[in-house]
Design a protein around this ligand. Sequence first.
Ligand code: 5GP
Ligand code: ZN
Length: 114
Amino acid sequence: MEGCIFCGIINKNIPARIVHEDDEVLAFEDINAKAPVHILIIPKEHIGSLNDLPKDREPLLGQILARARAIAAERGIAKSGYRIVLNTGPDSGQEVFHIHVHLFGGRRMTWPPG
Ligand code: 5GP
Ligand code: ZN
């Protein structure tokens, strides 16, 4: 989508440190990492947020979570643990309106989140 940063990364118009790519899903390092492992996993299709996910695209969520798990294993944080975050809408602090899952790990997380 025109003007979408993450579509720009998908199209390779905006550089990113890509860690996984397949036909449907892209994963890349967050530009402003908040943990030793901080990776964003997104669908290649532009979907603004979880609220905008069409019913027939719901299987994408499973693909994204399975990819997050695989990356966690590759990065050696499966056992130590990790956090998955899917910010949705203003109260969550969502800044980029192309649905994305954050994978955080490599340090102890606090709870509740801020
Ligand atoms: P949100 O708050 O929308 O859930 O998170 C958006 C995330 O995207 C933030 O963690 C931010 O650092 C990351 N981000 C924003 N712009 C870019 C970019 O151009 N490249 C990369 N790699 N990450 C970005
Ligand atoms: Zn987009």
